[in-house]
Design a protein around this ligand. Structure first.
Ligand code: FAD
Ligand code: NAI
Length: 475
């Protein structure tokens, strides 16, 4: 007998599990189906983000940062470490524990909010009178009938053509988060977010890391000042980032990976690595969903086509997160999930794409929201820029971490904040103030007049706002 629900959510990543909880909070009967299994075959809700993305990568970034601090920087504080040793299995075990806690947390939240969870793969079967018939292939097959369906099936790592992931030598984000030893030489293709974050992890733990980037510019989407500062800091740390590279051939031979490539001046090279991470973007997960069975429309790149409200071409079928257009970020997926649940319940929510923050968790961290300076120039917009270096911030000096700056871009006439770009310590946390100001369409002067605690890194935000009006106090 089919089970009936107001809402069936397919996928329990940040888009799906949050949509399910919000819909249940609004009094709807909700099921959430997720296919992810842990090593023991048990359900592991949380999607890419929890299992092989945001959470494990940040756990490894934290551990590797501690290791590098102990190895290279504790002495500056008068702390001498003797016999420092890396226990990779403990480090990875801690990461797995953090992941498991998050999986368990989501199962607890489902219970608390009365969301019925199914572990298995969901596919569309047909349109029926009461809504949509969905088959769940799990331990046992189940049939569900949903008035509304929210597709939140996420994305997977893109392969280099002809170079499939084996997760031993050729690694996606999955394999790159569970290497059993630190490779002596690690190659990375793609100097995007994953390449920089995971490249940093393994470099800190002792690998010699070379990153091949196809684009001639480093982090083309970032403000040029941020990209320049980060490039200089990351290469100084030892990441060898080569831009404008064309990878011609990747071949595994025994326990090595051989890469043939042309550099920016078209000169041919050969390199050999112990492991190769391929991080060249991600592709939407729609295979096996039965999209073609019910006529769910995909765009030419395989994303599910949606309107501004995340509604697909089918009635009462919605889609959110990485499987639809827009940035592939967990917080974007979550906000879309909440908005869809509220729309189903008859509310009129809105997701503001102009104020979605970006963060790259390298050291220094990078974070930004809104327009870059190059975008404003291209638009011919009249703007003023204020910049404040962490070098002039007392807390940053006390921390011993003075790389980077806060830069604020404001409309020349109205002073409305149009973009904020940070590179430096805790940029990931500092950016929240900028998002709030922009969401309220506040001015640089508003930030400048808000009392910021001393000594904090957040004072750099206030000083950058003062600098927009050429009246920074400490620089
Ligand atoms: P996903 O998290 O991919 O979840 C989709 C779920 O649906 C999966 O569990 C999948 O198994 C399931 N599924 C798929 N098909 C079916 C089916 N037919 N039936 C049942 N279940 C199905 N973003 C950030 O904002 N911050 C970060 O720090 C960050 N770090 C990242 C680090 C890495 C290494 C990676 C790879 C990504 C990172 N991201 C980060 C991106 C983030 O993980 C994604 O944007 C986010 O997970 C998208 O959420 P989602 O719900 O759309 O999809
Ligand atoms: P990405 O889009 O960030 O970067 C891919 C890079 O690879 C680009 O710089 C691109 O120019 C380059 N590239 C593409 N094809 C290439 C080729 N053949 N040879 C050499 N270079 C090539 O993608 P990435 O790093 O795989 O991450 C995927 C997504 O996951 C990100 O866009 C982001 O949305 C999300 N993510 C977010 C994180 C965060 O918020 N901190 C962390 C990690 C991932």
């Amino acid at each position: 007998m089919a089970k009936n629900f107001d809402v069936v959510v397919i996928g329990a990543g940040p888009g799906g599990y949050i949509a399910a909880i919000r819909a249940a909070q609004l009094g709807l009967s909700v099921a959430c189906v997720d296919a992810w299994s842990d090593q023991d075959g048990k359900a592991a809700p949380g999607g890419t983000c929890t299992n092989v993305g945001c959470i494990p990568s940040k756990a490894l970034l934290q551990s590797s940062e501690h290791y590098e601090q102990a190895e290279k920087h504790f002495e500056d504080h008068g702390i001498k470490v003797k016999g420092l040793e890396l226990k990779l299995d403990t480090l990875l075990g801690r990461k797995d524990k953090v992941v498991k806690e998050n999986n368990q947390g989501i199962l607890f939240l489902f219970k608390k909010n009365k969301v019925t969870f199914f572990h298995g793969t969901a596919s569309f079967q047909a349109k029926v009178d009461a809504g949509w018939s969905i088959r769940v292939d799990g331990k046992e097959a189940e049939d569900l009938i949903a008035k509304h369906v929210v597709v939140a099936t996420g994305s997977s790592a893109r392969e280099l053509p002809g170079v499939p992931f084996d997760e031993e030598l050729i690694l996606s984000n999955d394999g790159a988060l569970r290497l059993k030893d630190v490779p002596k030489k690690l190659g990375v293709i793609g100097a995007g977010v994953i390449g920089l974050e995971l490249g940093s992890v393994w470099r800190r733990l002792g690998a010699e890391v070379t990153i091949f980037e196809g684009a001639p510019e480093f982090l083309a989407a970032a403000d040029r000042d941020v990209a320049k500062e980060a490039f200089s800091a990351l290469t100084k740390q030892g990441l060898d980032i080569q831009l404008g590279v064309k990878v011609d051939e990747v071949e595994t031979s025994g326990k090595k990976v051989k890469v043939e490539y042309k550099d920016a001046s078209d000169k041919e090279h050969k390199a050999e690595f112990d492991r190769l991470i391929v991080s060249i973007g991600r592709v939407p997960n729609t295979a096996g969903l039965g999209a073609e069975t019910v006529g769910l429309k995909l765009d030419e790149r395989g994303f599910i086509e949606v309107d501004d409200d995340c509604l697909t071409n089918l009635p009462n079928v919605w889609a959110v997160g990485d499987v639809v257009r827009g940035p592939m970020l967990a917080h974007k997926a979550e906000d879309e999930g909440v908005a869809v649940a509220e729309r189903i319940a008859g509310q009129q929510p809105h997701v503001n794409f102009d104020t979605i923050p970006w963060v790259i968790y390298t050291s220094p961290e990078m974070a930004w929201v809104g327009k870059t300076e190059q975008e404003l120039k291209k638009e011919g917009r009249d703007y003023r820029a204020g910049k404040f270096p962490f070098m002039a911030n007392g807390r940053a000096r006390a921390l011993g971490n003075t790389t980077g700056f806060v830069k604020i871009l404001a409309d020349a006439k109205t002073d409305e904040v149009l973009g904020v770009h940070i590179v430096g310590p805790t940029a990931s946390e500092l950016i929240a103030e900028a998002v709030v100001i922009m969401e309220f369409r506040g001015a640089a002067e508003d930030i400048a007049r808000i009392c910021h605690a001393h000594p904090t890194l957040s004072e750099a935000m206030k000083e950058a706002a003062l600098a927009v009006d050429k009246r920074a106090l400490n620089f």
